[in-house]
Design a protein. Sequence first.
Length: 276
Amino acid sequence: MKIGAISNSWGVQIDGDNLPDLVSEAQSRGAQHIELRQTFLGGFETGAEDEWRPVIDKLRSMANEFPDLPFNMAVAVPCLSGGVASDGELFQQALEAAKVVGGDDPHLRLVDPTPQERSWESRSKIPEAAMSLAGLAEAAAAQGITLSIENSGQSVGALKLLVEACQERLSADSGKLLGLCVDPTNQVLRQPETDALGDLDAVPLDMLKIVHFKQARGGQAIPTVDGGDMDCARMVRILEAKGYAGPAIFEIPSHEDAFENLSSSFAYVERLSSGG
């Protein structure tokens, strides 16, 4: 795995154009991948909600400062309700940002923050609006961009069903670029009666584009990854058994000690690894 950090962990530290300094600090702490999250980019973005736009030239310059550090973009949009137009300016600008920071392996990660009543238990339960993800994936693939969707209101298993259904509407090449960002702790927090790590285990390796580590205790997110409601040791074993070598982003909450928390979180998970 390539352990990494995400910019929404730095909400306290972001100030104007200091994002490159924060990236540099994360890299010095051991980050091997950086996820750039919409609304946590400081002067490297403008606007909010539908008016959000990345500042492409600044993002390109920053990525050029770190030629050996992979980046991906991440945006929160209503992608499961058909609320995102594949040819709309927001989505196309997000794709452009993914390309300028992603180098030879551009990747845009989506998450739908809309509350969901229940997880889909079969393909027949997936609303047609959610199938609009196929159109977004097709538009991304046309530009050589991997598109992943993170579980939030829906379970990992439900989104696996969605991705499989969307892949049937895509060409084989385009379908390979669509996959999941698996965040088991999101599922533990929102669907505690389910087996989030069992769902992770069921995801085929080629569908697993990125994973998030975070931790909770008593149903509340905590600022470090260590012992808690999520069995991180089991998560590491599952990923190692799969041979997963992609980004493992530590999505720890924003905190005044964010970088110290990042270092201790990296160290905790590395101790759990068979290679650690």
